[in-house]
Design a protein around this ligand. Structure first.
Ligand SMILES: Cc1cc2nc3c(=O)[nH]c(=O)nc-3n(C[C@H](O)[C@H](O)[C@H](O)COP(=O)(O)OP(=O)(O)OC[C@H]3O[C@@H](n4cnc5c(N)ncnc54)[C@H](O)[C@@H]3O)c2cc1C
Length: 473
C-alpha cells in the first residue's frame, strides 16, 4: 500500500519535498496558505495590469545549479531561461560600472590588473562545480566528496570579505566583491562573508544568473505541473492552523520556519525541542519596492544595460558601512540596494515599450522605517532621472512581506540568521528531523538555507523516506 504524505507550504522547498515523496510512490497532498503556489517564488501583477513582478526571488543561479531541480524535466512544462549578457553590473560614482562577466576569461580581461587574481580565486570552484554544488547545497559533512575544494571553501568561510579584498589592488574589484558578499546579510568584517561572496561569484561563472521567462512563477508552475504528473496534489488557499485539524498522514513535511512549526505542531513536539525552536534566531529583513516604468532606467553607465542584476552601493567602504549599520539595528543613510531589471531581457514582463524593476535594501528584522526615499536616492545616484520614469510603485515593508508569505518573518528572506551556529545546525542539531518521528521541517530554515534550489526539501524528504522504510522493516 502506498504511504500518505502531507506537505505544508508550496514554496520551492515544499514542492521539492513533495516531488521526492511522489517519485518514491507516496500519495502526496500539499497545503498552501496563499491562493497561488510558489511562496517567495511567485510572479504577480503588483502595480498595474500587464506588469509582471517577482514578489520574491528574481535571479536564479540556484535553480539551474541545483543538483535536484536540474534533474527534473522543468523545460517540458514551459520553463525557459534568459541570460543577460553580463550577470551583474556595479555602477560607481565616476559614472562607469564594473561588470561581472559570466565567462571566466572575459571576467579576467574585464577586471584588468585584478583579473588574474579573480580567476585564480574562482577557477578551482568553477571547474569543480559538478562535485562542489552538491556539497555546498547540503548539510555540512565531515567527509565531503571533494575534500580539497571544501577545505579551500572552509578556509574562506573563517575569513571576512574585508580581509579577502586585500588581495585586489583596484577599488573597482573590491566594490564588486563587496556587493556579492553583502548578500549574506552580515557585516563585511564578519566570518562567512568571504565565502558568501565567493559562492555567488562562482555560481555566476559556472551556471550564470539567469531569469525564468515570465518570472519566478514559471519555476513554481513547472514544479507543480511535474508534481501533478507524479500524482501529487496542491491545495491552495488552505492555511494549516494545526496539524491536529488534518486527516492522518504517515509523514508530514513542513515548509515552515521554526516559529510557525511551533504554532501548527507545538503540541506534538517535546518540550526540549520546542525550547530549541524558540531560541532560533531570525536574520535582518528587507524593504522592497516593485516598479512599473515608462522606459528603461537611465543609467549613467551604459554597461548597466547589459546586466539583469545591479548592485547599488558604490565603493567597498560605502557598502560595508551600510551593512554594518543594519547589523547594529540601524538604518543606513545610503543603503546597499539590490536591483533587478528583468524586462530589458524578457519582454513578457511588461506592456510593449514599458519596463519593470525590483529593488530592495537590508533593514533590521521587523523594521517599520520607511526606506523608500533613501532607496530611490541610491538609484538616482547612479541613474539621475529615475523617478521620472516611474509609472507606479508597490512598496513592501517587512510586515507587508510577511503578510504575503508567512515564512518571511520580520522580512527575513533567508529563513533565519546565518551565524556560525545556524550555518552548522539549522534549525537545531536534528536539522530536518523533529522530536516527532512523523514530522519534518523542510524550509530554508534547514540546510543549506535560503535561495531557490529546493535542496532543503530534497534532503528533508530523503531523510523522511529513509526513516519510514527503516520503521517498516
Ligand atoms: C524579496 C525576496 C527576494 C529574493 N531574491 C532571491 C533571488 O533573487 N534568488 C534566490 O535564489 N532566492 C531569492 N530569495 C529567497 C528565496 O525566495 C527563498 O529562499 C525561497 O523561496 C525559500 O523557499 P521555501 O520553500 O523555504 O519558503 P517560501 O518560498 O517562503 O515558501 C513557504 C510557503 O509556505 C506557505 N505557508 C506558510 N505558512 C503556512 C501554513 N500555516 N499553511 C500553509 N502554507 C503555509 C507560504 O504561503 C509559502 O507559500 C528572495 C526572497 C525574497 C522574499
Amino acid at each position: 500500500m502506498s504511504r500518505k504524505a502531507c506537505v505544508i507550504g508550496a514554496g520551492p522547498n515544499g514542492l521539492a519535498a513533495a516531488i521526492v515523496l511522489a517519485q518514491a510512490g507516496s500519495q502526496v497532498e500539499v497545503f498552501e496558505a496563499e491562493p497561488t503556489p510558489g511562496g517567495a517564488a511567485r510572479t504577480l501583477e503588483l502595480t498595474q495590469p500587464g506588469f509582471l513582478h517577482d514578489f520574491g526571488s528574481a535571479v536564479h543561479p540556484w535553480v539551474v545549479g541545483s543538483p535536484f531541480f536540474s534533474t527534473l524535466p522543468l523545460e517540458d512544462y514551459g520553463l525557459q531561461w534568459v541570460h543577460s549578457p553580463a550577470p551583474l553590473a556595479h555602477p560607481l560614482d565616476d559614472g562607469t560600472a564594473v561588470t561581472l562577466e559570466r565567462d571566466l576569461h572575459d571576467a579576467e580581461a574585464a577586471l584588468g590588473s585584478d583579473g588574474k587574481t579573480w580567476r585564480k580565486l574562482m577557477a578551482p570552484f568553477v571547474e569543480g562545480w559538478s562535485e562542489f554544488a552538491p556539497e555546498v547545497l547540503r548539510p555540512v559533512h565531515l567527509l565531503p566528496r571533494c575534500p580539497l575544494l571544501m577545505a579551500r571553501l572552509g578556509w574562506h568561510a573563517l575569513s571576512s570579505a574585508k580581509s579577502l579584498v586585500r588581495r585586489f589592488g583596484n577599488s573597482r574589484t573590491r566594490a564588486l566583491f563587496a556587493g556579492l558578499a553583502a548578500h549574506s546579510f552580515l557585516s563585511l568584517d564578519e566570518s562567512l562573508t568571504a565565502a558568501f561572496g565567493l559562492l555567488l561569484g562562482v555560481a555566476a561563472h559556472a551556471v550564470g544568473w539567469p531569469l525564468p521567462r515570465g518570472g519566478s512563477q514559471s519555476i513554481s508552475n513547472a514544479l507543480c505541473a511535474h508534481l501533478a504528473k507524479l500524482g501529487g496534489r496542491v491545495k491552495t488557499a488552505a492555511r494549516v492552523e494545526s496539524l491536529s485539524a488534518l486527516p492522518h498522514y504517515d509523514v508530514t513535511l513542513c515548509d515552515l520556519t521554526p516559529r510557525q512549526l511551533l504554532r501548527v505542531a507545538g503540541d506534538r513536539l517535546s518540550r526540549s525541542y520546542q525550547h530549541r525552536l524558540e531560541n532560533y534566531r531570525y536574520g535582518p529583513g528587507v524593504f522592497k519596492v516593485d516598479y512599473a516604468l515608462a522606459r528603461p532606467i537611465p543609467w549613467k553607465a551604459r554597461e548597466c544595460l547589459r546586466a539583469a542584476t545591479i548592485h547599488l552601493g558604490g565603493s567597498f567602504e560605502d557598502i560595508a558601512a551600510s551593512e554594518e549599520a543594519m547589523r547594529k539595528g540601524k538604518h543606513a543613510d545610503r543603503p546597499f540596494v539590490l536591483l533587478a531589471q528583468p524586462s530589458l531581457f524578457d519582454a513578457t514582463r511588461a506592456p510593449e515599450g514599458k519596463h519593470t524593476a525590483w529593488a530592495y535594501c537590508h533593514v533590521p528584522n521587523g523594521s517599520r522605517v520607511d526606506m523608500l526615499g533613501k532607496l530611490e536616492d541610491q538609484i538616482e545616484r547612479f541613474a539621475p532621472g529615475f523617478r521620472d520614469c516611474v509609472l507606479a510603485r508597490r512598496v513592501f515593508s517587512p510586515a507587508q512581506l510577511e503578510e504575503m508569505d508567512a515564512n518571511l518573518v520580520g522580512g527575513d528572506i533567508g529563513g533565519g540568521a546565518m551565524n556560525f551556529r545556524q550555518f552548522l545546525f539549522r534549525p537545531t542539531w536534528r536539522q530536518y528531523a523533529t522530536s516527532a518521528r512523523d514530522i519534518y521541517i523542510c524550509s530554508s530554515s534547514t540546510p543549506p538555507g535560503g535561495g531557490v534550489h529546493g535542496m532543503c526539501g530534497y534532503h528533508a524528504a530523503r531523510m523522511a523516506l529513509s526513516r519510514l522504510s527503516t520503521s517498516l522493516r
